[in-house]
Design a binder for this molecule. Structure first.
Ligand code: SF4
Length: 354
């Protein structure tokens, strides 16, 4: 059953863009047979979150990544698995000097062992030794960031421009795009003038799950140093202040890209159920072309994550009769919804399908 609300929220548009990207990425041309795309939303670095992220990944390497489990590897665990040796070795010999006390590394080694992604033992003199179970694969090929603006008028484009300029200057993603709603007319030239020339523009027909390129992006040089714009003058007549910049070194960028990819691998774009209220009796999943979007039966719309939260005045618990049979082991429909979304996410991660 497909349903739509009169006014699609940015949140719903974002989910629809994610859904489209998961099926159709890239917008023009196609990925080669060895490459696949995984999609996530609301991820980035401390000062910047992207709406939609596409990770283009090597298929075989992605399947090997599944050996490390469905959960993301954080920066500490990545340092362990990337350098864990094939044969037993004292962890301080095997891993690079961290620049902070070794005890934190030891904790990470134990965490990695608890997750079964390396083996540890007590060696000579009680030293902690480790060896790898699998080589950590080089699975990330490209990272694409998409900013979603369903109503991209001239003023929205002007507001968005500084953020996109920051993304382009830092070049943490290989490509930066703006996705907007397809209106049937061409994108106004004035609007194109406001968006940095390096950013692509995508017009998305959410109902038909199609998208067209209105402007092609430039590939950014992710392996070069990036520029972090920390402060910029407003540009008004009375503002003579200088912009402030920081340097982002390539090693920092490489590490951050991998951390982002790892979080994308874990979260995907269906994790919205974790912050919404699928345990509410009015929460449903409205099916659109075989995939699902949240639907509120009480309000008759696709609710945003903010309104479908603990503070919603229309929230009502699932009736106890809905929780029969497997309850409490399997939970009620709310838990079943989370399981369904988890299954759909795993379906997109080769090696994790089961
Ligand atoms: S009534 Fe509120 S909590 Fe329940 S599904 Fe609707 S928006 Fe979510």
């Amino acid at each position: 059953m497909t349903r739509s609300s009169p006014a699609e929220s940015e949140f719903t548009f974002e989910l629809q863009v994610c859904q489209w990207a998961e099926r159709e990425w890239p917008p023009a041309d196609s990925l080669d047979a060895d490459t696949t795309a995984i999609v996530a939303r609301q991820l980035g670095v401390k000062r910047r979150r992207w709406d939609t992220i596409v990770i283009e990944a090597d298929r075989d390497a992605l399947r090997q990544r599944a050996n490390f489990g469905a959960d993301a590897l954080d920066s500490d665990l990545l340092d362990v698995v990337r350098y864990a040796p094939a044969d037993w070795e004292w962890y301080r010999d095997a891993l690079p000097y961290p620049g902070y006390p070794w005890r934190y590394v030891r904790e990470a080694v134990h965490r990695a062992s608890d997750r079964g992604i390396v083996e540890t033992r007590r060696g000579a003199n009680g030293r902690i030794e480790l060896r790898r179970n699998w080589r950590y694969p080089d699975w990330v090929e490209r990272i694409v960031a998409i900013e979603n603006k369903p109503d991209l008028d001239a003023s929205a484009a002007r507001n968005l421009a500084p953020q996109l300029e920051r993304d382009v200057a830092l070049a943490l993603a290989d490509e930066v795009w703006v996705a907007t709603t397809a209106t049937g007319s061409t994108v106004e030239p004035a609007l194109l003038e406001d968006i940095p020339v390096e950013a692509g523009i995508l017009t998305v027909d959410a109902e038909r799950s199609t998208a067209e390129v209105a402007w092609n992006p430039r590939t950014l040089t992710v392996e070069d140093p990036g520029t972090r714009i920390t402060e910029r003058p407003s540009g008004g007549d009375h503002d003579a202040s200088a912009a402030r910049f920081e340097y982002a070194d390539p090693e920092w960028k490489t590490d951050k890209r991998l951390e982002i990819a790892e979080r994308a691998y874990e979260r995907g774009w269906r994790a919205y159920a974790d912050t919404m209220r699928p345990d509410c009796r009015h929460f449903e999943l409205a099916t659109a072309d075989g995939d699902v979007l949240p639907w509120c039966g009480a309000k008759g719309c696709h609710p945003t994550a903010a309104e479908c939260s603990g503070s919603c005045s229309a929230w009502e618990p699932e009736p106890p009769t809905w929780r029969q049979r497997g309850w409490p082991i399997e939970g009620g429909p709310g838990k079943a919804i989370k399981r369904l979304l988890d299954r759909q996410r795993h379906r997109e991660r080769p090696g994790l399908e089961k």
